[in-house]
Design a binder for this molecule. Structure first.
Ligand code: ATP
Length: 872
């Protein structure tokens, strides 16, 4: 469309004027209300107190109307409190405007982040989470007829006007309407989005608009060799602003049923994280009691996202993460915390150099089957002991039947139930707490308990023994990882051909060495703990559920073992910092034993299956809703552990993208396979219900331009999903720049970046290398080239501010930047492997508007041929 035709200017003027008028009216009203609230507010408390006095003194027949009046008044007071306190932010009071026509009635509804209704003035702001009005906003377009149920009434109507608005610091800055997107420039003038961008490019007609629809004629190379799209005045893409733009498909996912597992699969930048977080906010609004913020959990991929999301949660109406807020964490942090709190005494540090073969083994879905087998073997062993102990006692069959009926519960719970059943009068507080914690794991049997003292004694003896010998999680873990025969049999049975025998050997050898040391240390500490315990008053009440089921004695922090230092056993377990051992000859000695990161999941899964659900203090650790972002990068065992903390309704959102896998060794094959792997399988129950699986695809990739998405799909090669999504914006072509030497590359980029920072000081730029060392090199070079606003990001410490972040590809997952330059996309950095394809895909799709690729050696074979042909 020709943007300069007079008609479109009139349209712009009319729409802008309309919206400015509405905003002025709302501001005027809000200012007046502020005055009113402070001067003529009714004192509802006083009125209610007076009514209460009247009721006390009233005759019987007068009481009902007084009570009715009291109820009415308290409702009004509550509503008013909600509305008045409903914190309409005058800086940004709403982000959407609807004009609805129902019969001969027309009404205007503004959509915002909280509700504010004033029938007198007709100012009506409705919270976006408040259906059904929000449904009309999100699901219908301007001109659509709708049918909705408002407060029990079926209503037909038409959407006369539907606009999205960006208002910040009280100023209207952007209007989205079917007639076009209008943006306020710094000088206060209004333009259609796209106009100024193409003008900045010398009017060559390349449609580098930050908004609008993609047209194939766009992107004709007008910007070759120039970084920057003239994004002055562009809209903020941060979460709060996106609430206005959510599309009907995304809205459908946000408002999905509050029970069951939902998998959102979507290409890079299709809004998975956005939707997951809005879903959290929506659920909390619909049922604030159940979805209390602190009863939900958000697991994201990295620390940068933890920081970013914690910061934006309040804008979605959820309190800041903290004691009462929703915990936002990475899986690794969450798992380490749980593991340390449930299994004290094990090392708290992790090895940095876990071999790939070990990771592959420990993350393989077969580990879940191994854990099933361990639990089944332990139960069988217990049954055998029980049978032997009860051999000549009448009623044996009944006891065994009771134990077998509890099959669904973790072993510790089964033992506890059994001993409570035979000796109900010996109910301890711990037992009751454990039962409460295990409530979801199958009901206790209703059989009448046997009275025989002989049974009682025999059962107690066997239960005691089992608690000592069968519930030892660390021992089970060590046994599982070091039994090469059992491991290879399990692979043979469940995943034939999925592990290389050499890999298995390497992994088992590694585990034998590590588990041996760790278990040895644990053994000594237990002995010491036992001795210490003996000294203490052994009858001291212990009301800690965790300890009731914890056979391991809590210990001071494990520190380095001195070896070769002579007789210094006494020093082995000092409660102190890491005292790396120094031998007689002064040489640095062996490191203290460490776990592999992957051990956390295995240990925690064993805790869940043997001892019972994870706990927090005295209560079961349970989340009403769990959002797991980048779920494709968790292994089935890790997911099973996290999902084991969801409530019975299992309200879970898993967001992910098969194309953005980073952990190639986590056994991920697809969503269906993943869910199948974590499906509960209980001994002897092959028909356990398969969890209903809904994989919900998101098809529109909002972040990046059509050119960037095409490039990113190309580098995936055979891994690309033919059903993948599509971009809706068009921009500059992706460029490849080849240099003879990286010094030349630095000089070239230095100039382009200096220019960019000058012309677009608000732009966010990422320079993404494959390896940290490359990032260091470029960073140093660019500092010398005096590029301003330069930051070297090595540890996820992105400031989310305009400027240039020089980093490596493993840091950037889930993030986004206006411009991205991929550094050194050479054969050496991105060879022909699946991992390199995924990495390149992830790095490229961080760019919203423009992508450059540089290389000073032989270009990567993953780069599209056409790009290599036209490289600079
Ligand atoms: N309906 C929408 N309209 C406009 N922009 C949107 C919409 N939904 C999401 N976005 C924007 O698209 C970008 C990508 O969103 P988000 O980060 O949620 O995607 P993602 O699928 O999680 O991405 P990735 O897979 O790369 O982690 C963000 O800038 C977001 O604000």
């Amino acid at each position: 469309m020709d943007r300069s035709e007079p008609g479109s200017d009139e349209e712009k003027t009319r729409i802008v004027a309309e919206e400015e008028r509405v905003l002025a009216r709302v501001h005027k009203h809000l200012a007046a209300r502020k005055m009113r609230v402070s001067t003529d507010g009714i004192d509802y408390d006083a009125e209610l107190l007076s009514l209460r006095d009247q009721i006390n003194e009233a005759r019987l027949e007068d009481v009902p109307p007084l009570i009715e009046e009291m109820e009415r008044l308290s409702e009004v007071a509550a509503r008013r409190a909600k509305v008045v306190e409903g914190a309409v932010d005058p800086d940004s009071p709403y982000f959407g405007r609807l004009v609805l026509e129902e019969g001969d009635r027309r009404r205007e509804v503004l959509i915002g982040r909280s509700t504010y209704l004033d029938p007198r003035t007709g100012v009506r702001i409705v919270d976006w989470r408040d259906a059904p009005v929000s449904r009309v906003y999100y699901r219908y377009e301007e001109g659509d007829a709708y049918e909705e149920n408002f407060g029990g009434r079926d209503v037909h109507g038409e959407v006369v006007t539907r606009r999205s608005l960006a208002i910040s610091s009280t100023v209207l800055r952007r209007i989205g309407s079917p007639q076009g997107v209008f943006v306020r420039a710094m000088d206060g003038s209004w333009r259609r989005a796209g106009e100024s961008a193409s003008r900045l490019k010398g009017g060559q007609g390349a449609a580098m608009r930050p908004e609008g629809h993609h047209s194939p004629a766009d992107g004709n190379g007008a910007s070759r060799g120039k970084l920057g799209m003239g994004l002055e005045g562009r809209e903020d893409r941060f979460l709060p602003e996106i609430t206005a733009l959510i599309d009907p498909r995304q809205f459908e996912l946000i408002t999905k049923s509050d029970a069951g597992l939902v998998v959102i699969q979507g290409g890079a930048g299709s809004g998975k994280t956005t939707i997951g977080l809005h879903r959290l906010a929506y659920l909390a609004f619909q049922d604030p009691k159940r979805f209390r913020p602190d009863r939900m959990l958000v697991i994201v991929y990295n620390d940068a996202l933890v920081r970013y999301i914690s910061k934006v949660l309040p804008s979605l109406g959820l309190p800041q993460a903290g004691a009462t807020g929703t915990p936002v964490t990475t899986y690794e942090r969450w798992a380490a915390k749980q593991r340390i709190s449930h299994l004290r005494g094990l090392p708290e540090e992790y090895t940095e150099d876990t071999p790939g073969a070990v990771t592959r083994l420990k993350k393989h879905p077969v580990m879940l089957r191994m854990i099933d087998d361990i639990v089944a073997r332990a139960s069988a062993k217990f049954e055998k002991w029980l049978e032997q102990a009860l051999e000549k006692i009448e009623g044996k069959e009944e006891v065994l039947a009771f134990f077998r009926e509890q099959e669904r519960a973790p072993l510790a719970v089964r033992l506890m139930r059994l001993s409570r059943w035979v000796a109900p009068d010996e109910l301890s507080e711990e037992d009751a707490a454990l039962e409460a914690a295990a409530e979801a794991s199958g009901e206790p049997s209703k059989r009448p308990a046997p009275k025989s003292v002989a049974i009682r004694h025999a059962v107690e003896r066997v239960v005691q023994r089992a608690r000592r010998e069968l519930l030892d999680v660390s021992a089970a873990w060590a046994e599982m990882l070091t039994d090469a025969t059992a491991l290879s049999a399990a692979f043979e049975k469940h995943a034939p051909g999925e592990i290389d025998p050499d890999d298995l050997r390497t992994a088992v050898n590694w585990c034998i060495e590590r588990c041996g040391t760790i278990m040895g240390e644990l053994e000594i500490r237990r002995d010491e703990g036992d001795r210490a315990k003996e000294k203490r008053d052994s009858k001291a009440p212990n009301d800690d559920v965790q300890r009731a089921i914890d056979e391991e004695v809590p210990q001071p922090k494990l520190v380095a073992r001195k070896r070769g230092g002579g007789d210094d056993d006494e020093d082995d377990f000092e409660d102190g910092e890491d005292d790396r051992s120094v031998g007689i000859d002064g040489a640095i000695e062996t490191e203290p034993p460490k776990l592999d990161r992957e051990d956390d999941a295995l240990l925690l899964r064993l805790v869940q299956r043997l001892r019972g659900p994870l706990v927090k203090g005295r209560e079961r650790l349970r989340y009403e809703h769990i959002l797991i972002d980048e779920a494709q990068d968790l292994s089935p065992v890790e997911l099973a552990v996290v999902l084991g903390t969801s409530t019975k309704q299992r309200s879970v959102t898993m967001a992910g993208d098969v194309a953005q896998r980073l952990h190639m060794d986590n056994g991920f094959k697809g969503w269906a396979e993943l869910l199948d792997a974590i499906r509960p399988r209980r001994a002897g129950d092959a028909s356990a219900p398969v969890e209903p699986l809904t994989v919900e695809p998101l098809k529109v990739q909002y972040r990046s331009t059509h050119q960037i998405i095409e490039f990113a799909q190309d580098v995936l090669g055979p891994l690309a999903d033919p059903q993948g999504g599509h971009a809706i914006r068009s921009g500059a072509p992706v460029e490849l720049f080849r240099f003879a030497h990286n010094g030349e590359a630095v000089a070239f980029l230095g100039e382009a970046l200096r220019e960019l920072m000058q012309s677009e000081p608000r732009a966010s730029v990422a320079l993404i290398a494959r390896y940290p060392e490359q990032a260091d090199l470029y960073h140093r070079g660019l500092v010398n080239a005096e590029v301003p606003h330069l930051r070297r990001i090595a540890e996820q410490d992105f400031p989310f501010k305009p400027g240039i972040d020089v980093t490596d590809v493993r840091q950037v997952k889930g993030l986004e930047f206006d411009y991205v330059v991929l550094l050194e996309v050479s054969r050496a950095s991105y060879g022909n492997s699946d991992e390199a394809r995924h990495l390149l895909h992830i790095a490229a799709t961080r760019a919203a508007h423009q992508l450059w690729v540089t290389c000073s050696g032989e270009p990567s074979p993953l780069l599209p041929q056409s790009l290599r042909d036209r490289a600079y």
